[in-house]
Ligand binder design. Structure first.
Ligand SMILES: [Zn+2]
Length: 359
């Protein structure tokens, strides 16, 4: 055990790279934070520093072993052992667990852009001054190496079919419930229901194999999800999720593609890279088909998360809607609305397949 601890002490600083970030509430001067650790390409910012910038306060409670944040909505609680933030009795999933590094509890960019923005009720500007691409850690963890070994590449089809197979990943499952609605309805269930319906449509109408990463209520590792999308004949990968926000008003479908397949112009708007991106073409087709069915689409956004995999396999993460919006929650639970979304997704995929074949 002592050997292990010594080893850990040596390894932690080795695997981390120092970084700096700029954070600001919209319209305010950005504050530069330099006590930032970058691990596996993800910046970890001390929660107290981040709260300071956005005008919130909080403290570490050593008995509860959690960090308590004072907000207008009540006390928010995060803990290094938990992948959830608890607020007024409800649990909201976090993309990354908070971690103790160098004696301070730290959160990632995702926490600042999502949870912290919700806690303040304002959008937050965040810029990593040392993005992962320039300062890749010298030594990757084994786990990350495994994930990086899945390079999901677009294949060229030579036979007559438009696309050979589609992979669908219903997010979460088992103990990992995803977002939970105030009514108790869980994201994992919605994702699976929509995935199964979409699989059926695609199978029936395109007559091609459809691969589901899970067909029941069980947990998968990210490796298993990437594995399910790396079969030779897969030409399209769709990840299904749903969202929650503190504001009950937010609603609509949001589409995400790999960040490297999108770029920003000077004014900060997302623009299309001159390089032809299959994912962007697919996302555009999905957005158009959804809008034609009178479904509210919030937009197409870049995601720098590993869950979308690396490579150029046309991939879109579809956030089906907000379980925190009572009206949308009701729609999402109804089979009529689910069928409407599924039909639009199918139409988008079929049009994308036709367009990519014509090229
Ligand atoms: Zn999700």
């Amino acid at each position: 055990m002592r050997f292990f601890i010594i080893l850990l002490c040596f390894f932690l600083p080795l695997q981390s790279a120092f970084a700096a970030v700029d954070i600001a509430l919209r319209g305010k001067e950005p504050v530069r934070l330099e006590d930032v650790y970058q691990q596996d390409g993800v910046p970890y910012i001390a929660i107290e520093d981040a709260l300071d910038v956005v005008g919130l306060t909080g403290h570490w409670d050593s008995i509860r072993h959690s960090f308590l944040i004072k907000t207008k909505r009540g006390r928010a609680e995060i803990s290094p052992a938990s992948g959830f933030m608890k607020i007024s009795g409800e649990y909201y999933p976090l993309q990354d667990k908070p971690r103790f590094i160098d004696g301070r509890l730290r959160v990632t960019d995702s926490f600042i852009l999502n949870q912290l923005a919700q806690l303040t009720g304002q959008s937050i500007y965040f810029r990593n001054l040392d993005p992962a691409t320039n300062s890749a850690p010298a030594k990757q963890s084994n786990n990350l190496e495994k994930l990086f070994s899945f390079l999901l590449n677009k294949k060229t089809t030579k036979n007559g079919s438009l696309i050979r197979a589609v992979a669908i990943d219903p997010g979460h499952g088992g103990l990992d419930t995803g977002v939970i609605a105030p009514s108790g309805y869980k994201e994992k269930q919605l994702n699976l229901e929509v995935a199964e319906k979409l699989a059926k449509q695609l199978k029936m109408k395109l007559g091609i194999p459809i691969y589901l990463s899970r067909d029941g209520d069980y947990e998968l590792t990210m490796e298993q999800r990437l594995q399910s999308a790396s079969k030779e004949d897969i030409d399209v990968w769709i990840l299904l999720h749903a969202q929650a926000a503190f504001s009950a008003e937010l609603r609509g479908v949001t589409l995400f593609i790999r960040a490297e397949e999108m770029t920003k112009n000077v004014s900060g708007e997302n623009v299309v890279k001159p390089v032809k991106s299959g994912s962007l073409l697919l996302a555009n087709n999905l957005a158009l088909a959804l809008r034609e069915s009178a479904i509210n689409v919030r937009g197409i956004y870049p995601s720098s998360r590993l869950s979308l995999g690396r490579g150029n396999l046309p991939t879109v993460q579809v956030e089906l809607g907000f379980l925190s919006n009572p009206e949308e929650l009701q729609q999402l639970q109804s089979s009529d609305y689910q069928n409407k979304i599924v039909k639009a997704l199918y139409t988008g995929i079929r049009r994308y397949a036709k367009q990519s074949k014509e090229k």
